[in-house]
Ligand binder design. Sequence first.
Ligand code: SF4
Length: 443
Amino acid sequence: MKTFYIETFGCQMNFHDSEKVAGTLAALGYREVSRPEQADLVLYNTCSIRDKAEQKVFSRLREHRREGGNGKRFGVLGCVAQQEGERVFERAPHVSLVCGSASYGRLAELVARLEAGERRVTGLELDAESTFETPYTRRENPYRAYITIIEGCDKSCAYCVVPFTRGPERSRMSGAILEEARRLAGEGYTEIQLLGQNVTRYRDPSPAGWDFATLLGRVAEIEGIRRVRFMTSHPRDFVAEIVRAIDANERLCNHVHLPVQSGSTRVLRRMQRLYDREEYLERIAWIKAARRRIAITTDIIVGFPGETEQDFEETLRLLDEVEYDALFSFKYSPRPNTAALALDGQVPEEEKSRRLVILQEKQRSIQLRRNARLVGERQEVLVERYNPATGQWVGHSAENRTVNFTSPGGAADALGGRYVAVRITRAGPNSLVGEWRGEAEGR
Ligand code: SF4
């Protein structure tokens, strides 16, 4: 039997793409193995959002450069494949397959051509029409399933390679999304995460013409689905109807990830983010005014070209004002084909690092404070696994906090996949600790 190995870098979209790729290969008769040395086909599903992620892929390829040939093949998928195209063959001559995410629909054909003896094949078209769907997707998590609802992006944020590597926006038909969600519910998945580079731009191309808030409500109505999440939103397209939908339906998780990137309007303009600080804060005010408590998380880039100390301080003040529940922060990394390359005022690396540390320390104390308020509360947790090293179960609350908890029988309680009530007893900056208090009430 032919074997494959796949390693994934980057965002949830990439991880879900890898689930689809793995399913496609399984349908072609390939078996997945856990080490590249054991595989006939070694694939790297890559991320080019930061230079470091890109370098990592080429270093992986270098590690295995002597293994090419004798029927063993290497492939580069995803954003670096799209960005570098045939240059990948020059940088790593033992690679035979280069395929960007917008061409995954052709993956089966490309692999068949490799098997037929072609030395090098590419899939680099930015298909503006179709989305990559497969009936074979092989999902990693047995309880939470990702469903892509929109691919690509039509924005042009000055630092971002995504419009170049993933192509223009394409929304999926609502009927196909609901059908997939119903099938997953039938297979026992109870949590659905709707995915897209910008889900808030979802526009149903079928005559129903649903917007994102309507789609959310309809997915949450499906029998057997207990939690619906979504990732990622763009503040420009984030509308009050989304908050109203969350307020109206307990099955919609009370968590919104709303990437701000900077707290300074001046920097936001240079980033071409299409909103200013006030407009962003207006959306935060909608979320905070909801009847349900809704967790808010964000992404921030420090050291964008031209970011002054004063701009950075505005970002720190934004943290105090919003009090995010979690934050993903990065140093600006110049990427090919992006508008920011032409901007003046590059911030030295040491200064970016200094700002990142200050930002993360501030956020750490905010998270500690926010999480401490939850001590004594009962939280509903979807249990994911048992950790024998700590003797605790691990799961996530609806607000997407990691919760570690003990149960009277430990591993023997077989809680995986169940929704349980946990009383929170301790709080750290990144997770909560608690005790099992029985089954959670059904919704
Ligand atoms: S919205 Fe901006 S940051 Fe997000 S994928 Fe599109 S271009 Fe990139």
